[in-house]
Ligand binder design. Structure first.
Ligand code: PLA
Length: 402
């Protein structure tokens, strides 16, 4: 009998999560994982925030486990909108935002991509070069055609602002753009406030739609409100925006899949319609989103004491990463590296876009058991006092002759 699945080839390894698989399979005691963007403490251990532990204590045994509504937890959505749009936002008061709980940041992006395909089938999405690799998969699987726009300037290891502005101007009027709200992944390069204002202005001229992926609110500066600045600039300029929020990193809820998708509409009636359609998209995919992460988020953000604790903890995580950037750069300089490593401390967020080539990364893995993505991205969240000298030495070894 013919085989049903004989034609199915193995899928290519995921460029990010595949690194974790390879790391886990390596028996070396020296191994270091700076692949996936998952925060570790200075002992290299995963962290559950104190505010999360306390929220879990409060939730434990006190809640039922009924289904959430299709759109998710109303309380969690309300808190998420305050975080993204501002505590006193008129858009919230006027009920102009259509929002649903989403399966973390990925699910929020995917739901929006599906919505875009269903209701604006003739549009494309402009995605920055480079970007988080999964953005391409998400819009591909939603069958939305993709274009790219200039973002990063390899020589300066900074923003290619003029290239970016040209691409915004040259895109057809009314295009959809995916923007990283803060802590751009993988480059760690964000526009300055002034540059965001110019970008927003040009979006206005071109009537483009900005969709913000905000996966790292709090991780760029240590202050979630400051990290939402780009969105606030666009809102002040009267844009309608879309926003994907994730609590994976800033609350350390990676596996809980807690997030929110929001779309700012013309008025309340439109927001009701859009929300109902987002729910309609969710229903046949996963019916309704998971409960526990939503309870944790809403418990923390609605309680002033727990929220203050969270703000302190998120700042602590951001500060540890900033400290490790400094340490990595200093170690490389002390080793006498002939290269400039200024960009390690200039870039922000979880990642350092090191400039190493895929071949150099391969050597790091083979010779030093250091695991990272082949685009040269180092997850600074995995760097610790204990491994920074080892990492710097290995980087020096593979880069010194270039
Ligand atoms: N958007 C961006 C820009 C991200 O970097 C990530 C996660 C997500 C969305 C999705 O996160 P979530 O679905 O877990 O909320 N990027 C990670 C992990 C941290 C990954 O690849 O899934 C990364 O290592 O790039």
């Amino acid at each position: 009998m013919a085989s049903w699945f004989g034609h199915v080839e193995p899928a290519p390894k995921d460029p990010i999560l595949g690194v974790t698989e390879a790391f886990l399979a390596d028996p070396s005691p020296d191994k270091v994982n700076v692949g996936v963007g998952a925060y570790r403490d200075d002992n290299g251990q995963p962290v559950v925030l104190e505010c999360v532990r306390e929220a879990e204590r409060r939730i434990a045994g006190s809640m039922n486990m009924e289904y959430l509504p299709m759109g998710g937890s109303v309380k969690m959505i309300d808190e998420s909108l305050k975080l993204a749009y501002g505590e006193d936002s008129d858009f919230i008061k006027d009920k102009r935002i259509a929002a649903v709980q989403a399966l973390s940041g990925t699910g929020a992006c995917r739901l929006f991509a599906d919505f875009q395909k269903r209701f604006l089938p003739d549009t494309q999405i402009y995605i920055p070069t480079p970007t988080w690799a999964n953005h391409h998969n998400i819009w591909r699987d939603a069958h939305v055609p993709q274009r790219t726009f200039t973002y990063y300037h390899p020589e300066s290891r900074g923003l290619d602002f003029s290239g970016l502005m040209d691409d915004i101007k040259n895109a057809p009027d009314g295009s959809f753009f995916l923007l990283h709200a803060c802590a751009h992944n993988p480059t760690g390069v964000d526009p300055s406030e002034e540059q965001w204002r110019e970008i927003s202005h040009q979006f206005k001229v071109k009537k483009h739609f900005p969709f913000f992926d905000m996966a790292y609110q709090g991780f760029a500066s240590g202050d979630p409100e400051r990290d939402a600045k780009a969105i606030h600039i666009f809102l002040e300029d009267g844009h309608q925006v879309g926003c994907a929020q994730s609590y994976a990193k800033n609350l350390g809820l990676y596996g809980q899949r807690a997030g929110c998708l929001s779309v700012l509409c013309d008025d309340e009636m439109q927001a009701v319609a859009v929300k109902s359609q987002l729910q309609q998209l969710a229903r046949p995919m996963y019916s309704n989103p998971p409960l526990h992460g939503a309870l944790i988020v809403s418990t923390i953000l609605s309680d002033p004491e727990l929220k203050t604790l969270w703000l302190k903890e998120v700042k602590g995580m951001a500060d540890r990463i900033i400290g490790m950037r400094k340490a990595l750069k200093e170690n490389l300089e002390e080793l006498g590296s002939p290269l400039s490593w200024e960009h390690i401390t200039n870039q922000i967020g979880m990642f350092c876009y090191s400039g190493m080539t895929p071949e150099q990364v391969d050597r790091l893995t083979k010779e030093f058991h250091i695991y990272m993505t082949r685009n040269g991205r180092i997850s600074m969240a995995g760097v610790t006092t204990g491994n920074v000298a080892y990492l710097a030495n290995a980087i020096h070894e593979v880069t010194k002759s270039n």
